[in-house]
Design a protein around this ligand. Structure first.
Ligand code: SAM
Ligand code: ZN
Length: 320
């Protein structure tokens, strides 16, 4: 699908959902987009369709509810680390996380998939098995890395996951990997879920994977007040904080509160913990069985809930 067709079929103004007008400077590579309703304009640069909210374009607070400072500081950091991002992650994470996520996403050749917070496209192995993937992130540099991979079936869109420039009820599946816990407030996280609900077709699915788990170990650390003494971890209960760089916000969920948030907008099909870390016993088993198979043993048990570093939750858009 070329960019003109994609814009016509899937894209709209993130403020009033009007269809956008296109003015190409060079087709599919550089151009301007304009909303005939609110008159906002955006760009297409290096083949990346960029439809960011006002806070990003104006670099100042426009909307009362926008957690724009945390978002801007994450964008700067993600842009800065884009070239090295995939090197930072562990082999164990890649093996367990990607296999588990692909298994649950379960794409078919007729699916249009939107991956939000797609970053450099680390998890896009499934792109050739579905009709189209829209890879969306608010870090332009990360999307440039994604594009450099030359994946055929993927179109990159720079947008904020809480203000989505996509037409309603057009998408079959939404995937987010390690995104939700970085959205900087409960209000913004709910806006993100509500937007996902709006753009999914009825019965469409949202797979949210890699949401930090507030594990037993962290609860124990919390009791010892390690978190509250550490500047990098802001919240009084240690559940929210910043990456050590102090520029990327995160929130530590536990599975019950994650489910409760999801149920505000979706029918929850399943939830479990993965990347289970049960110390030397677990590592010995991983050596014998392989990391993914060993992890699967615990994923759907209470052990997965308590010792899984990450959480995965699968939701379906409820029929109203
Ligand atoms: C931990 S990284 C994960 C990247 C990729 N999903 C992966 O697993 O390799 C989080 C990604 O989410 C993006 N992100 C965070 N908040 C976002 C938001 N509100 N809108 C769009 N992207 C966001 C970041 O730029 C970053 O690329
Ligand atoms: Zn508009």
């Amino acid at each position: 699908m070329d960019h003109t067709e994609l814009i016509e079929k899937y894209i709209c103004c993130p403020y009033d959902y009007a269809k956008l007008l296109i003015d190409w400077h060079s087709p599919n590579i550089n151009g301007k987009l304009c909303c005939p309703e609110c008159m906002r304009s955006w760009s297409i640069m290096d083949g990346i369709i960029s439809i960011m909210p006002d806070y990003y374009l104006e670099k100042r607070k426009f909307e009362k509810d926008t957690d724009f400072e945390d978002s801007l500081s994450e964008i700067y950091m993600r842009d800065a680390q884009a070239k090295k991002y995939e090197e930072i992650l562990s082999h164990r994470r890649d093996i367990i996380e990607i296999k588990t996520t692909m298994r649950e996403l379960d794409v078919t050749s007729s699916d249009t998939v939107l991956e939000l917070g797609v970053g450099t496209g680390r998890t896009l192995q499934y792109s050739d098995q579905c009709k189209l993937v829209i890879g969306c992130d608010f870090s332009f540099e990360s999307l440039l890395e994604l594009k450099a991979k030359g994946l055929k079936n993927v179109i990159a869109v720079q947008a904020d996951a809480t203000r989505l420039p996509f037409q309603s009820e057009r998408i079959d599946k939404i995937l987010t990997v390690e995104l939700f816990h970085h959205i900087p407030s409960q209000g913004a996280r709910r806006q993100h879920l509500s937007e996902c609900n709006r753009i999914l077709r009825s019965n469409g699915e949202l797979l949210m994977s890699g949401v930090y788990n507030f594990t037993i170990r962290e609860r124990l650390s919390d009791i010892k007040m390690i978190y509250t003494k550490n500047d990098q971890h802001g919240g009084a209960d240690g559940k929210m904080g910043y990456h050590t760089s102090n520029t990327i916000y995160y929130y530590n969920f536990d599975i019950r509160e994650l489910k409760a948030e999801a149920e505000l907008y979706f029918h929850v099909l399943g939830a479990f913990g993965f990347m289970v870390d049960i110390g030397p016993v677990g590592r010995a088993m991983e050596k014998v069985m392989g990391a993914y198979r060993a992890d699967c043993l615990w994923q759907r048990t209470k052990i997965g809930h308590w010792f899984g570093k990450n959480l995965l939750i699968k939701m379906r858009k409820s029929l109203n």
